[in-house]
Write a protein that binds this ligand. Sequence first.
Ligand code: XBP
Ligand code: MG
Length: 245
Amino acid sequence: MSEWQCLLWDVDGTIAETERDGHRVAFNLAFAQAGLDWGWDERRYGDLLHVTGGRERILADMADRDDVPRDPVARDELALRLHRLKNKLYAALVDDGRIHARPGVVGLMREARAAGVRQGIVTTTSRSNVQALLSRILGAQWQAWFEVVVCGEDTTRKKPDPEAYVLALERLSLKPHQALAIEDSTPGVTAARAAGLSVWWRPSVYFPDLPAELRSSPRVMPWAERPPGRCHQGQVWPMAALSTQ
Ligand code: XBP
Ligand code: MG
């Protein structure tokens, strides 16, 4: 039996490989436009991804640099300015068609919609980035696909804190066992599990693996080539349940 009535989608890394080819590139463009000779190569960005939130990520990098304002207020202002600029540049990259949905994503969203499975977005990225990406992938009416859209601005604590998932469940009036998270990263899977949800884990370029305690959990199911379940009559069914029917 399945009690999952709702798919809760993470965005970055899960719906598209936005981090390496989108956010990282846009951060570097923002640094250059601001006259800073900073640059995040793929390896450095991978290390920084354990800090969720773009502004928080800039501040984490600043903590390791000498060429930053000493005054904490000036430092915060610079991080905020760079982050706003980065998000504008990210939206332009997405509009240029530089980022594509990962295979199977739109297919599963369509299947869920047709089967009457509820869907939501639960991300720590900024709302403007969600708007840019999902309107490109699903069209201008993308919001009609999702009953709830929780973004970075909606919580005080970002993933791996469970707050974003707790808020989404509250807005949907669902219990944790009634929803399934789709996540790519260690912070994302940690957040969903901490909120009590089962997870379909879709490895991404920066998160090809999970810590053993998450990977070995029976509530974390890998999405390798295809989703580990199907949507049917308002519910999400694990493949194992379908094959015994
Ligand atoms: C996404 C993030 C975000 C993005 C950049 O994590 O951590 O910070 O990297 O977006 P998740 P912003 O996939 O777990 O939601 O610059 O808008 O924060
Ligand atoms: Mg992610």
